[in-house]
Design a protein around this ligand. Structure first.
Ligand SMILES: Nc1ncnc2c1ncn2[C@@H]1O[C@H](COP(=O)(O)OP(=O)(O)OP(=O)(O)O)[C@@H](O)[C@H]1O
Ligand SMILES: [Mg+2]
Length: 304
């Protein structure tokens, strides 16, 4: 199974102030993106090994064309359908470092752009992940961007239009984006509400690629590859996934993702009875409703 080659994902500060202080101490112990960059350059954000990515249509060529003109890109699609894997693969293919930020409603503009920190020698500026990416030429992937507040999201505006600059207002500096820099955001069209959606002025700065669960044979190939289960069992898992996806909107809020099918496949490959594996990895996580569980359990017994 492919291990995520770039596990460094930056989240915002959360929780109560004490937890926050501890989290900040932890974050400092792990070292910030800026410190890492000074010490190691952007090499730590380079994906060394080719990530396994099975293309499903012309998304690879379209993304390459978009990157060649440095068009900011939005990857749209339900949870667990391959958006993160795709951006890792494209960063590897283009030979560019990838800096991922997990967005959240507590995230502030300073979490992205940077802030002054106090240390023994006084204050010093520390670039946030967006500033690191813009300065040194990485692909900056803002995961689940609708989770961020709109006043935070607007800091990407000057970087995602013809200006390609990032003003660091507190520092009095304007970063001119490195030629290799690109912003990519992910967006799950099912999740936003009136309160939580991207502004039109944000959306209209991006090109968009639609992602969805792949067609049957391709999804089975992915499940088999990623979980180590044989192709026949992978196909059965995909059948169960398709049955569940048909129940979306009829009692299920979300369809079963490719990620869940891979979990079930991994359990089966490790020797767990397929019905038990499907119960644990597919049915129980997705619904608490007894009738829905029965319906899904019976789909499982049809195939295993
Ligand atoms: N086309 C694909 N090629 C290879 N692996 C894939 C593909 N699609 C999905 N996968 C597998 O499915 C898993 C889940 O995909 P991924 O994490 O990229 O989903 P996501 O769309 O980013 O979900 P989320 O919105 O929850 O972050 C991946 O770890 C990978 O194993
Ligand atoms: Mg993802």
């Amino acid at each position: 199974m492919y291990e995520d080659a770039n596990p460094r994902v930056y989240g915002p500060r959360r929780g109560n102030p004490t937890m926050r202080r501890n989290a900040m101490a932890d974050a400092q112990a792990i070292r910030s993106p800026a410190q890492h960059t000074q010490e190691l350059g952007l090499d730590q954000y380079r994906i060394q090994q080719e990530p396994y990515y099975r293309s499903v249509a012309d998304e690879v060529e379209l993304y390459e064309a978009a990157y060649s003109v440095r068009m900011p890109m939005m990857l749209k699609g339900p949870t667990g359908c391959g958006k993160t894997r795709f951006v890792e693969y494209m960063a590897w293919r283009l030979g560019k470092p990838l800096i991922t930020v997990a967005c959240n409603e507590d995230m502030t503009a300073s979490d992205l752009v940077g802030r002054f920190l106090l240390d023994a020698n006084g204050t010093r500026w520390q670039d946030g992940p967006l500033a690191v990416a813009a300065r040194h030429g990485a692909i900056c992937y803002l995961d689940e961007v609708v989770e961020a507040r709109q006043d935070t999201t607007v800091v990407i505006h000057p970087l995602t239009d013809a200006r390609r600059v990032l003003p660091l207002e507190k520092k009095g500096e304007i970063i001119e984006a490195h030629p290799d820099f690109q912003v990519v955001i992910s967006y799950n069209p099912g999740y936003q509400s009136l309160m939580k959606d991207l502004k039109q002025s944000t959306k209209q700065r991006f090109g968009a690629l639609d992602f969805d669960y792949p067609e049957h044979d391709i999804e089975a190939e992915i499940v088999a590859h990623e979980s180590g289960v044989n192709l026949e069992a992978a196909k059965n898992l995909v059948h169960i996934g398709e049955r569940a996806r048909n129940l979306k909107g009829h009692g299920l809020d979300e369809g079963l993702s490719t990620r869940m099918l891979i979990y079930a496949g991994s359990l089966i490959a490790s020797g767990i009875d397929p019905r038990a594996a499907c119960r644990v990895a597919l049915v129980r996580p997705i619904t608490d409703d007894p009738d829905m569980r029965d319906a899904l359990d019976s789909a499982v017994t049809t195939y295993f």
